[in-house]
Design a protein around this ligand. Structure first.
Ligand code: GYE
Length: 309
């Protein structure tokens, strides 16, 4: 009863960590899995998580961070929707002595001043893995349509740079159309429909390179409605390795996807717990690596996700 509470509060054992998480939105299956994973991890650790979904709007993320500062949380986790515009609110958190950990996308700030570290994949590597797979599959001869992610996001910038750096070595591989579909399934379908029309039906398109599975899954519907077989007439290569893409791999409608782990909650909470003890900065960020799943090697992961539940 009261005595125990008093004892716990004296020993500090009752002081659960309070962490504010400013999430981009829920635009993709990958993102919702990421949010669920962070919430489950907080639950497991007895962390009081304040969660905010910004519907992909930076001003909502800034409002959420300000609210976390006002609440006096112990730490803030941010998945920044775009790279720019973060300095003022990060300065406010610093003045309030509330550490920030970046997850997923990046900001254009130096991490030695305004945040503790970043936990993320190497987006450029993801683009290179996708392009290397496609160049091997097509012997370097391919007219490619690109669906870009959110303009200004480090995920779209990095994946584009990585992919382009590889195909630059193949004179007969070129991107014939490139347009953003904002990482969503609906826009992926809509943009692919317009590209197929503009390209005379799509017979000349060798591959679709999509910055995430969500847009690829929308584009696949458009490819089928145009009377073509995705994964056969048009290779489909994307990133995230969400559950739905494994169903498409099993159906032969997708060729390859580069895995991006959504399980960044654990590492983020580890960093926070360590930082609050040591106040030590991290001199480099924590990189999450990912595999390339293709029609040749998806089966084991497919079973792990759908059969053993
Ligand atoms: O690939 C996509 C989400 O920032 C890397 O954002 C993340 C991307 C992910 O919309 O599904």
């Amino acid at each position: 009863g009261l005595a125990l509470c008093a004892l716990l509060s004296v020993t500090g054992a009752a002081q659960a960590l309070t962490v504010g998480f400013s999430q981009v939105g829920s635009e993709s299956g990958w993102r919702t899995t990421f949010s669920e994973s962070v919430k489950a991890e907080a639950e497991r650790r007895g962390i009081d998580l304040k969660f905010s979904d910004a519907q992909q709007k930076q001003e909502n993320q800034i409002k959420a961070i300000r609210s976390f500062i006002a609440q006096g949380v112990d730490a803030i986790v941010v998945a920044p929707v775009v790279e720019t515009g973060w300095k003022p609110v990060f300065m406010e958190a610093k003045r309030a002595r509330i550490p920030i950990v970046i997850v997923d996308r990046n900001v254009d700030l130096k991490n030695d001043s305004l945040y503790v570290t970043r936990i993320a994949p190497d987006f450029t590597e993801e683009g290179k893995k996708a392009a290397n797979w496609l160049m091997n599959a097509t012997a370097g001869k391919c007219n490619i349509v690109e669906l870009q992610g959110t303009v200004g996001s480090s995920a779209a910038i990095g994946r584009m740079e990585g992919f382009n750096s590889v195909i630059a070595n193949y004179p007969e591989a070129k991107i014939v159309r490139s347009q953003t579909a904002e990482f969503t399934r609906a826009k992926g379908k809509e943009v692919m429909e317009s590209i197929l029309k503009a390209e005379g039906g799509g017979e000349s398109i060798c591959a679709l390179w999509s910055h995430n599975d969500e847009m690829a899954l929308g584009a696949i519907q458009a490819i089928k409605e145009a009377g073509l077989k995705p994964g056969k007439d048009i290779h489909v290569v994307s990133v995230d390795a969400v559950d739905d893409i494994f169903k498409a791999l099993a159906a032969g409608e997708v060729s390859a996807t580069v895995e991006m782990s959504p399980h960044m909650g654990g590492p983020a909470f580890d960093v926070i717990e360590e930082y609050l003890k040591t106040k030590k900065k991290f001199d480099k960020w924590i990189v999450m690596d990912g595999k390339v799943f293709t029609t040749e090697n998806y089966q084991q992961e497919y079973k792990a996700r759908f059969v053993n539940q």
